[in-house]
Unconditional design. Structure first.
Ligand SMILES: [Fe+2]
Ligand SMILES: [Fe+2]
Length: 182
């Protein structure tokens, strides 16, 4: 009788699957937070910031779906995250963008921690996959810092906030994100 061939179903170890599922939660939380910020901005008449954040929320969902596909194709199971503790109101437009920057810094740290684990566990496939996120985080942090600089350069008095909102509307991600999760 012919012996069954050993065909390993997974290339992802359990620890990495867990870490990537935690990253899924983070990207899902980014998407939900930016959606909430977009809505608040819209109610306050900051229409350009609102559009910027709606678009950013979509991009974060794209980041999450990219992880779903990777985890499942590598033999793991991507879990739809429970998203809680989303803030709905903000003191000011500046506070919104301060929170965007803070959040992006946390996401960068999380990605770098997983990259460290990839090297330690010699998971070069996931290491390679995560390089896209490393580049993306550098761009997103730069963009968030640029948005905050506008508040210092332009100032918030008089037509300042209106002008800041206009300038935020002109910002775009250098690598306009096209969701690639098929
Ligand atoms: Fe992201
Ligand atoms: Fe982000």
């Amino acid at each position: 009788m012919k012996q069954n061939l050993i065909t390993p179903k997974r290339s992802l170890n359990k620890e990495m699957e867990k870490l990537l599922n935690e990253q899924i939660v983070m990207e899902g939380k980014s998407s939900a937070s930016y959606l909430s910020m977009a809505s608040w901005c819209e109610t306050k008449g900051y229409n350009n910031s609102s559009e910027f954040l709606y678009k950013h929320s979509d991009e974060e969902r794209g980041h999450m779906l990219k992880l779903f596909k990777y985890v499942n194709q590598a033999g793991g199971h991507a879990i739809q995250p429970e998203i809680t503790e989303i803030k709905h109101t903000f003191k000011s437009l500046r506070e919104v963008f301060e929170e965007v920057l803070q959040h992006e810094i946390q996401v960068t740290k999380s990605i770098h921690d997983i990259v460290d684990r990839c090297l330690a566990s010699k998971d070069y496939t996931t290491f390679n996959f995560l390089q896209w996120y490393v580049v993306e985080q550098r761009e997103e942090e730069t963009m968030a810092r640029r948005a905050l600089e506008l508040f210092d350069i332009i100032g918030e008095d008089g037509v300042g906030l209106w002008t800041i909102d206009q300038e935020i509307g002109k910002m775009h991600n250098p690598q306009d994100f096209v969701p690639d999760h098929r």
